[in-house]
Design a protein around this ligand. Structure first.
Ligand SMILES: *[C@@H]1O[C@H](CO)[C@@H](O)[C@H](O)[C@H]1NC(C)=O
Ligand SMILES: *[C@@H]1O[C@H](CO)[C@@H](O)[C@H](O)[C@H]1NC(C)=O
Ligand SMILES: *[C@@H]1O[C@H](CO)[C@@H](O)[C@H](O)[C@H]1NC(C)=O
Ligand SMILES: [Zn+2]
Length: 420
């Protein structure tokens, strides 16, 4: 009875067609336009779970992470900024070593799985990897503490392939305030960026390193928006209007990001999506809708924070689920242009502009003015170079005295001990 079977097929088709059409359309768009995600903490999971012994891991089969190779393929993840993150309590201790080790493991991941990953440092690399069906793998360093107040370290990290620096993680550095200042849980120490912080921003423009404002205080967001010659990014932050968490971006800043042609890559962490421990995919889509409404579709991207968070929305549990979120945006009436922008074109625009600004500053020399020694706050640092033969013994001992006093004071007023 062929007609009965045909009738059944038609009934079944109309029943699930709406959903399937959006998913199919999502997959079609993702084959044509690369999905670029702003933040994934898989490298940190490698340290946490395996002490960075990649030989003990099989990324094809690992189940204790949000990210593995089959999930990457199913999720059509075309480009990833892998986070070279080390916690704030490494600040003034071994932050630089640990960050270099995180950079190293990202390089090793690409070498160990050449069929899947292609190391990438530019907008062109992202497109090249996309054509080869590989995941372009870029590096973002999460937190200014990782450069130990040194422009030399910043430049060397750029040479190692680092293409964004989040100015802070969840702690102040000797030159810039973090978001916790806005909650009152940490005192402002710079009232935004210090003079050296301004130097860091300018040097990043010169190098062609993206400036990431996820995690900084609102004052810093506005200062950098004033100062930067290139567009800025929020690599993993959501909309403050929908969830009043200080890690999220207020509407006024969203508008300034639009004026500066930057990007806000939406974070999936439940606590930033709903300000509670539970959330679903639809509520993440609400953040996309809100940002589009306030500042337009040209500043939106994906900044999942997979493998960096403990709780994820129902329907967005791992890297394989990206196409479902794209399908949800289509269901909500997002058109092709808007979807392609959010997937990757907005980020490619930002990256190209940052590269253009870098090229326009090619004649500027590197900034070689170090942070004043009194501002370093790192008792483990020596003062070589700061004390010259011309300097009087007085000024040398004065700066040592200031540092000793600062260290002593910080022992009383600050949290962890500053011993090496
Ligand atoms: C990439 O995948 C597509 C579709 O699966 C295929 O047509 C194309 O040949 C592949 N390209 C390369 C370079 O392997
Ligand atoms: C997502 O959660 C919200 C709030 O609890 C609820 O209203 C909505 O129906 C949920 N959506 C889906 C698709 O489960
Ligand atoms: C998609 O929507 C945007 C506005 O958000 C509009 O500028 C654009 O023309 C639309 N594109 C298409 C193909 O409808
Ligand atoms: Zn983060």
């Amino acid at each position: 009875m062929w007609w009965l079977r045909a009738l059944w097929a038609v009934v079944a088709l109309t029943h699930c067609s709406a959903m399937d059409r959006n998913k199919e359309m999502a997959l079609k768009l993702m084959k044509e336009t690369p999905l670029i995600d702003g933040h994934n903490d898989l490298p940190w999971q490698m340290r946490k779970q395996f002490n960075n012994q990649l030989s003990k891991v099989d990324l094809n089969t690992i189940q204790t992470t949000h990210t593995n190779i089959p999930k990457i393929k199913e999720g059509h993840l075309a480009a990833q900024f892998w986070s070279a993150y080390v916690p704030c309590d490494t600040q003034h201790k071994d932050a630089v070593r640990q960050t270099l080790e995180q950079i190293d493991i990202i390089h090793r991941m690409c070498d160990a799985y050449p069929e899947t990953f292609m190391f990438a440092t530019s907008s062109q690399d992202i497109m090249d990897a996309f054509i080869m069906n590989k995941t372009a793998s870029l590096i973002g360093v999460e937190g200014g503490h990782s450069i130990d107040s040194s422009l030399g370290i910043l430049r060397i990290m750029y040479q190692l392939g680092v293409r964004y620096l989040t100015l802070t993680h969840s702690c102040n550095t000797p030159w810039v305030d973090n978001w916790k200042v806005d909650t009152g849980s940490e005192p402002p120490v710079h009232n935004g960026l210090s003079q050296f912080g301004i130097q860091v921003v300018k040097e990043m423009n010169r190098l062609g390193m993206l400036i990431d404002l996820a995690h900084v205080s609102e004052k810093v967001m506005n200062q950098v928006l004033d100062l930067s010659k290139a567009p800025i990014i929020f690599s993993h932050s959501s909309a403050y209007s929908l969830c009043q968490h200080k890690r999220n971006v207020p509407d006024a800043v969203l508008k300034r990001v639009r004026d500066k042609a930057g990007i806000v890559m939406v974070n999936f962490y439940n606590d930033y999506v709903t300000c509670s421990q539970t959330a679903n995919l639809s509520q993440v889509a609400d953040h996309f809708d809100h940002i589009r409404k306030v500042a337009g579709h040209t500043i939106i991207g994906f900044g999942s924070d997979f493998d960096g968070v403990r709780r994820l929305p129902t329907g967005l549990e791992d890297v394989s689920k990206f196409p479902d979120l794209v399908a949800e945006l289509l269901r909500r009436g997002w058109n092709d242009t808007e979807i392609r922008g959010a997937l990757g074109e907005n980020m490619l625009r930002v990256l190209k502009e940052v590269e253009r600004v870098r090229d326009s500053l090619i004649k500027d020399p590197p900034d070689d003015v170090p942070i004043p020694y009194e501002q370093v706050e790192n008792a483990c640092r020596t003062s070589y170079g700061y004390v010259t033969l011309e300097n009087s013994a007085n000024s040398a001992s004065r700066s040592r005295l200031v540092l000793a006093l600062a260290t002593l004071l910080s022992c009383f007023f600050w949290v962890p001990s500053h011993s090496c």
